[in-house]
Ligand binder design. Structure first.
Ligand code: GLY
Ligand code: MN
Ligand code: MN
Length: 452
């Protein structure tokens, strides 16, 4: 990891108390709505593989990570309004594995930390009458983790937390800036590996080494796609075979810091050619969409603006012929870009709450012809989200247009040309401001350009 990515712990320790107060207020509101006295937040446990004695990679409960930045199993936070939160910290005595170290860091002084060595000991740190007075948030794969608490993952509680979570605290924003710088470090290493002619698998290894995270610590599976693989939206393999001719490279890869994610995509051409020209044009289109981000705008409208711009581009380069309205109405733009313009980003890469219209859990559905749009909310300052337009040759979707007016608008010779490159996606992470946005991704790339 480059020194440029290193977090500033002093700054985080200054920001964390405010963060904690905001988290507490959200939980106070939750408890008021749901009439419980205490919230118990379970970090989760390792889940066993079927008929095996190994475990799936552990992903902590995001509600737990919002309180404390530790990806530890079998820990509990007990929150009672007006009281110092308790962290029941599980430190199993185990000679097969390395037990978790004692908790340390800028956040520890804000908690009453109780170390336990066995699960049974947890119960004595829970409030009296916990089965009736507590509500638990977490994945309870076995009732033993609930200690008799009856109310588990109450919908009305989760609605309040999921709705409000989209607006990030200053501490969260700082973690996300670090996560962006970390990922950009990896993106630069990956581009170098691509230019050196490495396979997808080797590019992936270079990425992980550079961000300083194991595969299991990444916020999502890296998408490392050469040539036509770039058209597979969530391409899940990293082939060790090098293609004979390499034309393009799409990388969609993130990083995390203290549990907060980045989610970044770049596309590169091997040569200076028509495809590199198209990437340059697409970069302008993406930046125009980023520029349109500000508080109070409706994200569905921004998504539709993206399709309008895609239609103009598709017509100008000759990939299809028609007015923007025609290319939109006939489903041509949706065939070339079937995913949404973006989504909320935070502890989860597709952060929850993107379809909520209030904290009661009312839902704004995406438009019928854009079902994969994950964000339908009006934007608010300090929300963090992605802006990720794409253009791909996905034969299945072009074939679906056969027999409809859209099919004949498409220039199939040009589709044959673009197919070999797969496609283009450019994805930045932005923070909404009253009048514009902060671009965490471009800022991170820019900071590397200034570093010798
Ligand atoms: N990396 C998945 C996405 O961009 O949504
Ligand atoms: Mn994304
Ligand atoms: Mn992505």
């Amino acid at each position: 990891m480059n020194a440029n990515t290193l977090p500033d712990d002093i700054r985080l320790s200054e920001l964390y108390p405010d963060h904690l107060n905001i988290i507490k207020k959200r939980h106070d509101l939750t408890l008021e709505r749901g009439s419980a006295e205490h919230l118990v937040i379970f970090s989760g446990t390792e889940l066993p593989v079927f008929l095996d004695d190994t475990y799936y990679p552990f992903r902590p409960n995001p509600h737990f990570l919002a309180w404390v930045p530790i990806p530890s199993t079998n820990c509990y936070i007990v929150y009672t309004p007006g009281h110092r939160p308790i962290l029941i910290y599980y430190q199993e005595k185990d000679y097969w594995h390395l037990p978790p170290a004692n908790p340390e860091g800028f956040w520890t002084r804000h908690f009453d930390i109780r170390i336990v060595n066995t699960l049974e000991e947890v119960e004595k740190h829970l409030p009296n009458d916990h089965s009736d007075t507590c509500s638990l948030i977490g994945e309870v794969s076995d009732q033993k983790y609930a200690f008799g608490i009856k109310r588990i993952n109450q919908k009305d509680f989760l609605n309040v937390l999921h709705y409000n979570r989209s607006v990030k605290t200053s501490y969260e924003l700082e973690c996300m800036r670090v996560a962006s710088r970390r990922a950009v470090d990896g993106h630069l290493a990956a581009e170098r590996a691509f230019r050196e002619g490495k396979s997808e698998f080797d590019i992936h290894l270079n990425y992980c080494r550079s961000v300083g995270l194991t595969e299991n610590q990444l916020p999502y599976r890296n998408i490392i796609a050469l040539n036509e693989h770039a058209a597979i939206l969530h391409y899940q393999h990293q082939s060790p075979e090098k293609p004979n001719i390499v034309k393009s490279f799409l990388i969609d890869a993130g990083a995390q810091y203290n549990g907060y994610a980045s989610d970044i995509t770049r596309t590169y051409a091997k040569e200076q050619d028509e495809f590199s020209d198209l990437i340059a044009r697409f970069d302008i289109l993406q930046l125009e969409l980023v520029e349109a981000v500000r508080s109070k705008i409706d994200f569905v409208e921004l998504h539709m603006l993206c399709h309008y711009k895609l239609a103009v581009l598709i017509d100008e380069i000759g990939l299809a012929k028609g007015s923007p309205d025609m290319l939109l109405e006939t489903g041509v733009t949706a065939a070339f870009c079937p995913h949404g313009l973006g989504h909320l980003l935070g502890i989860q890469v597709h952060d929850v709450g993107g379809h909520y219209s209030d904290d009661n859990g009312s839902i704004s559905k995406p438009p019928d012809n854009h079902p994969f749009l994950r964000l339908t909310r009006g934007l608010e300052a300090n929300q963090t989200l992605t802006i990720e337009p794409g253009i791909y040759v996905i034969d299945m979707l072009i074939d679906n247009l056969r027999g409809s007016p859209g099919y004949n608008l498409i220039n199939h010779e040009m589709v044959d040309w673009l197919r070999e490159y797969g496609g283009i996606r450019i994805e930045d992470n932005v923070r909404v401001l009253e009048h514009g946005c902060e671009n965490l991704t471009r800022d991170a790339f820019h900071s590397y350009k200034k570093t010798p």
